[in-house]
Design a protein around this ligand. Structure first.
Ligand code: ATP
Length: 335
């Protein structure tokens, strides 16, 4: 039987006292040598594990910001999100991976996490810059059984979940720029991309992938590419502290599970709108709607129950803006 590193790590993390080699052997039905090998692998990865003869092993400390399959799996606290997990040190785009995994029949809740994305994607063919060792990039595969026209709301559910998780972890305020950019001090810390695949008959959702890229531990704005720099920032730049990307991921997924369940009760945002709007930076603000059919300005009132942004135009007309096609900017800048 394969000894699962994540299971041993979980056991060590959850034990205040030493765990004896024998306990580990019995629990996972493996030999002493197998346990010893796993402990050594964990030590090589940077986990400080104390071994005392006659007592066993104790996890003293983990690496500060370790991103790996066993670190994620041993910390997850969710019912279904991330219970099937794919981790890559480097990949093109976690959304592309998740879509392939969707085609291959992977279940609802399958999670893809990568340290580096070499071809991260934004909305409408834009690119998302991911820096190694500092960003959290993940995509969740969902298999909803609701109608396709509800799927765009998933993005708002994830945006709320990321904003709430970021606030919990950092203690600082995180805003939402409609529909799904997460912002600190008027600069972007997170972008999201939701993509839907329909059944061949085109009448049902086959799967949806919702991906997010969060700038976590970038120390210096200079690390961002020049064209992104004016509107980009990281949790570390804004708060002066470094964070465990896995801890953030675990919180985001926990929040998403809770918020998604609330969304499923009504299949609209009635249970989440108040919380979403409490983060919404565009509310009451002048916005420029970059609609491919023609740009216009107005004042954003808030969102309706479908997640559309209600913009009151200068002639008083109220226009619901649908998230799929447009970007919304502040009149004088990014927000
Ligand atoms: P907006 O148009 O307001 O930026 P959007 O939702 O259309 O929002 P996304 O698809 O989420 O944008 O992200 C793509 C854009 O984000 C890119 O065009 C670029 O300007 C910016 N960007 C790319 N990488 C990063 C990054 N690491 N941090 C912050 N911003 C980035």
């Amino acid at each position: 039987m394969k000894t699962d590193k994540a299971d041993i790590l979980t056991l060590l993390r959850n034990s205040e006292d030493y765990v004896s080699g024998q306990q580990l052997c019995d629990r996972f039905e493996v030999t002493r040598t197998a346990v010893w090998k796993v402990i050594n692998q964990l030590k090589d990865e940077g986990y400080q594990i104390e071994s005392v003869s006659g007592r066993g092993y104790r996890l003293v400390e983990g690496p500060a910001d370790m991103l790996s399959e066993s670190e994620i799996a041993s910390r997850l606290q969710t019912q279904w999100a991330g219970r099937k997990l794919y981790y890559f040190d480097s990949t093109g785009s976690t959304n592309t991976d998740a879509k392939r995994l969707g085609e291959e029949g992977n279940p609802h809740g399958t999670l893809v996490v990568a340290d580096i994305q070499t071809a991260g994607k934004g909305r409408r063919g834009r690119s998302w810059q991911t820096l190694s060792g500092t960003a959290l990039s993940f995509t969740l595969l969902l298999r909803p059984d609701f109608a396709p026209d509800k799927a765009s709301m998933i993005t708002l559910v994830m945006a709320l979940s990321v904003a709430e998780a970021v606030e919990e972890i950092t203690g600082a305020e995180a805003g939402i720029k409609w529909p799904n950019d997460i912002v600190m001090n008027r600069k972007k810390i997170c972008g999201m991309l939701t993509e839907m695949t329909m059944t061949p008959e085109m009448d049902e959702i086959q799967y949806v992938v919702v991906g997010a890229g969060i700038n976590v531990n970038n120390a210096d704005p200079e690390e961002f590419q020049e064209e992104v720099r004016p509107a980009a920032t990281s949790l570390r730049i804004e708060t002066g502290r470094q964070y465990s990307r896995v801890q953030l991921l675990v919180k985001v997924l926990q929040r998403f599970e809770e918020n998604y369940a609330i969304f499923l009760e009504t299949l609209d945002l009635s249970g989440l709108r108040e919380r979403y709007q409490s983060h919404l930076l565009n509310r009451g603000a002048q916005v420029n709607v970059l609609d491919p059919a023609g740009e216009y300005t107005g004042t954003a009132e808030g969102i309706d129950l479908q997640g559309e942004l209600i913009v009151v135009r200068e002639n008083g007309e109220k226009t619901p803006v649908y998230a799929g096609e447009v970007s919304v900017r502040g009149l004088y800048g990014y927000v």
